[in-house]
Ligand binder design. Structure first.
Ligand code: NAP
Length: 294
């Protein structure tokens, strides 16, 4: 099939749930879709599913582990070399963990994967995204950011604090909102927009493989009866990625295709800047450089 749209979208964590359905929705609109996934076998299965259901065969898979800075760097190099444009980047991958664990680079994994991995990836691809103007960055956050009273950057690895999975998750989602809002202030909205999304409570694989135990695990199972499908959860990301209206706004947090309310905590531009600088330091002190934004 030809590609009259000729736009390219990268979607992280696109082998299941919201990411896979977002990829399918954009494939149906004739985007070239890059499925950026940790597990290539699952990515290939998702690719088959998307081609079968969209009749768009311009779907490629690339290996990406957001818990490994070196792997992110390799992925970004491949994208820079092999693809002409990045019209849309959707930072979707994310997990909640019941236990304290660390990324390859020694960062607590919830913050490390959900925020730092995407922060680094976006920074490495940003100049290409800017050159592909008008372009869009979409960060899948969550209303869970409301539960966070702030990101404990004085003890990000829980050396002196008791680890709680949902606390770490809500902090990582607050970081997604801060990242969105600060990045939006650095970019010309006529060139690149950046927005966050709460997809809704979605009946995906999220938190279902034993990652969430105790009260939150029970609640997660109970809520499944009331949750929306991954297809429904993908509606707002698809709309933001592809509609004319979705390209007009920047620095917002969307739910159900409308700007949603963010928490009082998330509204602070000063805190957003603190987390931006902190994230840069976490990456550079591990020997990884960050390109300047121009
Ligand atoms: N479900 C909800 O109710 C809900 C609500 C609000 C926000 N969200 C957000 O929506 C996003 C998508 O979640 P979902 O509900 O679709 O859950 P999901 O079905 O569990 O999908 C999560 C995806 O993230 C990927 N991932 C996890 N760790 C990764 C890593 N280190 N590197 C690369 N990919 C990684 C997973 O890949 P593997 O298959 O390799 O694990 C999977 O493809 C997440 O950011 C989540 O926080 C979900």
């Amino acid at each position: 099939m030809t590609n009259p749209n000729n736009k390219t979208v990268i979607i992280t964590g696109a082998n299941s749930g919201i990411g896979r359905e977002t990829a399918l929705g954009l494939a149906k609109q004739n985007f070239n879709v890059i499925l950026a996934c940790r597990n290539l076998q699952k990515a290939e299965e998702a690719r088959d599913y998307i081609i079968r259901n969209s009749k768009n065969d311009s779907i490629t898979t690339e290996q990406l582990d957001l818990g490994n800075l070196n792997n992110i760097k390799t992925f970004a190099k491949k994208i820079q070399a092999n693809y002409k444009r990045i019209d849309v980047l959707i930072n979707n991958a994310g997990s909640v963990y019941n236990y304290l664990g660390f990324t390859e680079d020694g960062i607590e994994q919830t913050f490390g994967v959900n925020h730092i991995g995407h922060f680094y990836l976006t920074r490495l691809l940003l100049n290409k995204i800017i050159k592909s103007k008008p372009s869009r960055i979409i960060n899948i956050a969550s209303f869970a950011h409301y539960s966070s009273e702030g990101i404990q950057i004085n003890d990000i690895n829980y050396e002196n604090t008791q680890y709680k999975g949902f606390k770490a998750y809500s902090e990582s989602k607050l970081a997604n909102v801060y990242f969105t809002r600060h990045l939006a202030t650095l970019l010309d909205p006529k060139v690149t927009t950046v927005n966050a999304v709460h997809p809704g409570m979605v009946r995906s694989g999220f938190g279902m493989d034993g990652d969430l135990k105790g009260l939150y695990g029970q609640m997660n199972k109970l809520f499944r009866f009331f949750e929306i499908s991954s297809t429904a959860g993908a509606r707002t990301p698809i709309w933001l990625a592809s509609s004319e209206k979705g390209g007009r706004v920047t620095g917002e947090y969307f739910a159900r295709k409308r700007p949603g309310l963010i928490s009082t905590k998330a509204r602070s531009p000063e805190d957003a800047k603190v987390i931006w600088d902190y994230s840069e330091n976490l990456i550079t002190e591990r020997g990884f450089s960050l390109p300047s934004i121009n």
